[in-house]
Design a binder for this molecule. Structure first.
Ligand SMILES: Cc1ncc(COP(=O)(O)O)c(C=O)c1O
Length: 395
């Protein structure tokens, strides 16, 4: 791993300091547990963000100026252009308090109660919760476990698409870490056009990629632009989930308005500190992000090597994006209650596989875990040693 001069390599994170009462990740489980569940990184705030937040506090905290082409608006437009989302109209961006509210309001605006919504499984759980929680039905198609990574079941998707008006896409995909390729995106676009689907593309993890070249948004092709809402935010790349903010993006300003309106006044406005944070991240956060991605990539490679050498029964594909490894422990004797077993015996907290599956698919996700490797190498190593001891003893 190459580290840029004068920037941290995050070598010395202290569990005692991380276990602050403010931290959900570090306090949900016991004091001796290493938390590798929720998608927060253990790294400190990027220095340019910290500086901007300090400076903003000096000036008071009134309503933020978000009218017209504000600073955030132009920084976002420039960034989105690199994803293939150029030429966004006026009204093509609508800020949100987070990405999840955008998923919920899209489901509310673009479907009727009782209708089916298409998604893949496993997937980030608010996808199916936003569907069932609003009286719609999940139409889930299981990803296929191919030799080189998870693959889309095209036949399954085609069949399911006939019966729905909305597809929720996770790109890059949480929890498998796939970044859908140009060829896959083309087939998904064809599917959407052929079946007249609206598409919501959650692209929150786009900046945390280990693949080469620029990121390609689902809506980077004209033929799907009028039917797509893209959602993103800074909270994964810059580790700022405690300062909720996100954006809804569309080439059809009327569609953006309609989806935003589905939440009415319930959504609230974006916090001033969140806006300041995102502006600083977009303007000055590039070097920090590059270092962080390099660190995460090295952790991913270390994890890969460790599992292959010491825990060969754990099956997985190294992720192309995100700091979340999707591990198949179905060959472990404790597969039936793997999350509980690892918590109790290894004192490592991970997310349980069935969390990421809608009801009908929960049994087949049992035995999988999602492990967050965005921590120091030292803490990651300790966690892996604990898993090895616990699993070693059980095999
Ligand atoms: C794919 C995906 N979408 C959305 C979110 C949450 O976004 P927010 O906190 O902005 O609502 C997460 C959090 O991990 C995620 O992985």
């Amino acid at each position: 791993m190459t580290q840029t001069e004068n920037r941290p390599a995050y070598p010395t994170l202290s569990p005692a300091e991380l276990r602050h009462p403010d931290s959900l990740k570090w306090t949900l489980y016991g004091d001796d547990v290493i938390p590798m569940w929720i998608a927060d990184m253990d790294f400190p705030v990027a220095p340019p963000i910290l500086a901007a937040l300090h400076e903003r506090l000096e000036r008071g905290l009134g309503y933020h100026q978000l009218m017209g082409d504000g600073v955030l608006d132009s920084l976002l437009r420039a960034k989105l252009e690199t994803h293939g989302l150029g030429d966004l109209p006026e009204g093509g961006l609508a800020l949100l308090p987070g990405v999840v509210p955008g998923i919920y309001s899209s489901v509310a605006a673009l479907t009727q109660p009782g209708e089916k919504v298409l998604t893949m499984t496993p997937v980030y759980h608010p996808f199916h919760l936003s569907i069932t929680g609003q009286g719609r039905e999940v139409s889930a198609v299981a990803l296929l476990n191919g030799p080189d990574g998870y693959e889309i079941d095209w036949e399954g998707m085609e069949a399911a698409a006939q019966d729905t008006g909305l597809m929720l896409l996770c790109h890059p995909h949480n929890p498998t870490g796939r970044v859908w390729t140009h060829a896959e995106l083309e087939k998904l676009r064809d599917l959407a056009v052929r079946n007249n689907l609206y598409v919501v593309s959650d692209e929150l993890h786009a900046d945390l990629r280990f693949t080469d070249g620029p990121f390609e948004s689902f809506a980077a092709d004209k033929r799907v632009q009028d039917r797509t809402i893209t959602l993103t935010g800074p909270c994964k790349a810059f580790n700022t989930a405690g300062l909720g903010i996100g954006v809804m993006i569309g080439h059809d300003a009327e569609l953006v308005k309609r989806v935003r309106a589905a939440a009415g006044g319930l959504m609230g406005h974006e916090g001033a500190m969140s806006v300041t944070m995102w502006q600083a991240a977009l303007r000055d956060g590039g070097p920090w992000l590059a270092d962080t991605v390099a660190y995460l990539r090295a952790n991913r490679d270390f994890l890969t090597g460790y599992l292959r050498e010491h825990l060969p029964t754990v099956r997985f594909h190294p992720v192309e994006s995100t700091y979340l490894a999707w591990l198949d422990l179905r060959d472990c004797p404790h597969a039936a209650d793997i999350q509980k077993f690892l918590l109790e015996e290894a004192r490592v907290a991970v997310h349980d596989g069935p969390t990421f599956a809608p009801e009908a698919f929960k049994p087949e996700s049992q035995g999988f875990i999602r492990l967050n490797f965005a921590t120091s190498r030292e803490i990651l190593t300790e966690a892996l040693e604990r898993l090895r001891r616990a699993l070693g003893e059980s095999q």
